[in-house]
Design a protein around this ligand. Structure first.
Ligand code: SIN
Length: 266
């Protein structure tokens, strides 16, 4: 296994390593790297979808995405597509995955199937570093707040980028504004631009100024890294310590990604 840092503070790229060699006896290698680095970008994988799912289940329980039935033979795998003729993409806004669910996924795995010849990167923010850089006074303000996250805050037709669609009502859930990681105890900013509507007990108008401050703060380049995809790249990230957005800069080209979301095992 050859490891390169993707930034000075989080994220690693793993080369010369085959996920086919991972099983229940050695999955702790991946878990430990993930806990320590927040995002793993594993290159040159050739997993079948069955094997991809089998490996994901070593990390956690599947979280089903409420807006897609998944792939026909693999309901656990959500295929995200941007066709050549489409101008919008899936996930352009900064977010943590599905925080409108009561139990949002702890981990996301994304397996690149088709990537554009240029562009189509995903940018990640280290929301632990962002939290740590806030002033002590700001930390006191947000430490005990809760936020209301909703699935339909912005009018966007995400279904046009999903291989299959599942009808669902709009979803909403309350979460802490500051996430304390259950395994490491580190704190991170857990409000996000795509889904956070307001602070619990406040109106949207009362909340919006601070939500905008925090959601813009995590985008500062000093907190981020950029993942460039190649076919066969698998990224795994911890949603409790990161946020991400997919860069929409490859019009006229196809991009197909297979996503699995997971709840961490205790
Ligand atoms: C996602 O937000 O889960 C997908 C990100 C991407 O397509 O790069």
């Amino acid at each position: 296994m050859r490891i390169n840092n993707l930034s000075t503070h989080f994220g690693i790229e793993v080369n010369d390593f085959d996920l086919m060699d991972i099983n229940s006896d050695n999955i702790s290698v991946i878990k430990d790297l993930l806990l320590k680095n927040q995002i793993l970008v594993i290159r040159d994988q050739k997993l079948s979808l069955d094997k991809y799912k089998e490996i994901s289940l070593l990390l956690g329980d599947i979280t089903f995405y409420p807006f897609s039935k998944g792939l026909p033979d693999h309901p656990e795998i959500v295929q995200i597509r941007k066709e050549k003729h489409q101008h919008k993409n899936f996930s352009e806004m900064w977010h943590t995955d599905s925080t409108y669910l009561d139990n949002p996924p702890d981990f996301t795995m994304l397996y690149a199937e088709v990537v554009p010849p240029m562009g189509g990167d995903t940018v990640f923010s280290n929301t632990v570093k962002a939290y740590n850089e806030l002033s002590d006074a700001m930390k006191i303000v947000i430490d005990n707040l809760e936020c209301i996250n909703v699935s339909d805050l912005h009018s966007q037709d995400r279904t046009q980028h999903l291989a299959t669609i599942q009808e669902s009502k709009a979803l909403s859930s309350i979460h802490p504004v500051v996430m304390k990681h259950p395994k490491t105890g580190v704190k991170s900013i857990y409000v996000n631009e795509e889904h956070t509507h307001s602070f619990n007990g406040m109106t949207r108008a009362e909340s919006k100024g601070l939500i905008d401050y925090l959601t813009n703060f995590i985008k500062r380049s000093e907190f981020t890294l950029r993942v460039n995809w190649k076919p066969g790249t698998i990224a795994i990230w911890d949603n409790r310590t990161t946020q991400h957005h997919a860069v929409n800069d490859y019009h006229g080209h196809l991009r197909v990604m297979n996503r699995i979301t997971l709840q961490d095992y205790n």
